[in-house]
Design a protein around this ligand. Sequence first.
Ligand code: MTE
Ligand code: MO
Length: 528
Amino acid sequence: MSHVSTDGSFAPAIVTAVFAGIAGVVGSYALAGYTPSFVVAPITAVLAQNVPAALLTFAKGPLTQFGQAFGIEHLGQQVNLLLALAIGTGLFACLTLAALATGRQFGTATLSIGLTGVLVSLATVIVAGAIVPALGAGVASALVVAIAIATTTGTERREGVSTGRRSMLGSLAGTLGIGVLGYTLGSNGEAGDSAAASAGAAGGASAGGNASGGANASGGGGGGGRPSAGQLLSKAESASLGISGLEGLVSGEDFYEVDTANVNPNVNANDWSLSLTGAVGNERTVDYDQLTSMASELRFMTLRCVSDPLNGDKMDNALWEGVPVSKLLDTANLQGKYVMARSVDGYAEEFPVEALTTGMLAYGKDGNPLPRKHGHPVRLLVPGHWGEINVKWIDELEILERPAKGFWEKRGWHGTGPANTVAKLHATNKGDSEITVAGHANAGTRGIRKVEVSTDGGSSWNEARLSDVLEPNLGGDVWQQWAYSYEPPGGKHEVVVRAIDGSGTTQPKKNSGPYPRGASGWVSKTVK
Ligand SMILES: Nc1nc2c(c(=O)[nH]1)N[C@H]1C(S)=C(S)[C@@H](COP(=O)(O)O)O[C@H]1N2
Ligand SMILES: [Mo]
C-alpha cells in the first residue's frame, strides 16, 4: 500500500511531476529570458545541429515551406522549439518522479521537495551552464511539489507522497501561477538584457573613438571627410522612387532574419573576440575595442537568403559600418585557399578565402550598433554572395587547405557562391489612367544594367526606370528599385519582369525553386 497511491494509481505522481517539469522550465525562463542560459536553448541548438535534414532543415526546409503555405513563417523552428520544450519538461519531470519516489521510500515529504529542487537545479546548471536561472528552475519545480503535497489529504501526506486528486489540482494551480509570473519576468528580463547589450556596444564603439559615425545616425557631416551614416541614410531616402506600397532602399526594422538556432546568442561586446586560425603564418585574435578602433567604413549592402522564393521577402538592404576583413588577413600569411567562418552558436560556413577580399566585419547597422538578431556585436558581410556565409556572432575564421562543407551544404544546399540575379514585383498600383508596377532588383556585385517589363506575357519588352545606385564602388552589392507605368491594355494581361546584370546577361527564364541553388526565373503576375 505504501508504494502505491491511495486511489490505487501512480498517475497523480506523474501529473505532479509533469507540472513540476513545466514549472521548472518556466522558472529557468523567468531568470534567463530568451537567452542561451534558458534551459531549453542548448537543447534547441543540439536539435538544430543533429536532427536529420529531411525532417527539420529549419529556416529553409520542407517543413518550413509547408508551414509557409499556411502562413506560418518558421514552422521548422517552432517544431524544434516545441520538441526542446518537451524534452526539457520531460527531463525535469523524470527528476521530480525520482525525488517523489525517494521521499516515499523514506516516508518524508520534505525530502521529495528538497530533492526535486536540488536535482532540477543541478540538471539545469549542467545543460545551460548558468547558476541563477538554474536555481529558478529548481525552486519552481520544488514549489509545485510542495503545493501538491500541501493540498493532499492528511493520510496521503504522512506517506510522504503527492498522490491524491486534490494534489493534481493543487499542482495545476501552482504551475499556472508560476507560469504567469515566470513568463512575465522572463520577457521583461530579456528586454533589459538586450538593452544592456546595446548599451555595452555603444559604449565600446565610442571608446574605440572611430565609430562615432555609426553610433550617431542623426549627426551632420562633422566637417569634411567621409559622409556620416545619417547623411548616407538620407541620400538613400531621396534616391528611393517613392512608389506607394514598395519598401524603400533601406529596410530598417523590416530586415529579414534567418537563424538555425531558436535562441539567438547574447554576446556582450566586451567579451567578444575573433580569432584567425588554421593554415596561417600568424594566428591572431582581435577584440571589440581593437576592431572598433581601426579605420571603419560605411557601406550599403544587400543580403538575400538562398532560400528566398523567387518573389519572396528574404532580400533586404542596410547601411553597415565595420572594418574590411583584409585589414586582418593582409599580415596573416595565408597558407590555404578556403575559410571556415564560425559563430558562437555552432553555425559555420565554408567558402573560398578570396571572397573575403571585399568582405567586412560589421558592428553597426543603419547608424546603430548591430542588433542582437543580426549578429551583435560583430558579423561577417561578403558582398555578392548568398546570405548564408554572412556569419553572425562570428568568433573564428579558420583558414583551410582543403574545401569542407558548412552547415547548409551538409544539408544539400549550394548557397556559398554568388547570388542569382533577380527582379521582384512587389507593387501594382492602379491609377486613373495608368498602372504602375514596381519592385527591387539585385544582381550581387555584377550590378543591374537594366530591368525590362512586358505587359503582354513576354512578347514585347519595355525598359523600366531605376533608382540611383547607392554604392557605386567596385564590388558594391546593393539592390535598386525599378518601376514601370503603362496604360492598361483593357482586360486581363500578364506582366513579366526580368533583370539584365552589369555584364549584359539576362537572368535565365527557366523557373526553379530555391532548393538547392537559389530560386531563378522571371517573376510574372496577372493584372486585371
Ligand atoms: N551564426 C549564424 N549566422 C548566420 C545564420 C545563422 O543561422 N547563424 N544564418 C545565415 C543565413 S542563412 C542568412 S540568409 C543570413 C541572414 O542574416 P540576417 O538574419 O541578419 O538577415 O545570416 C547568415 N548568418
Ligand atoms: Mo540564408
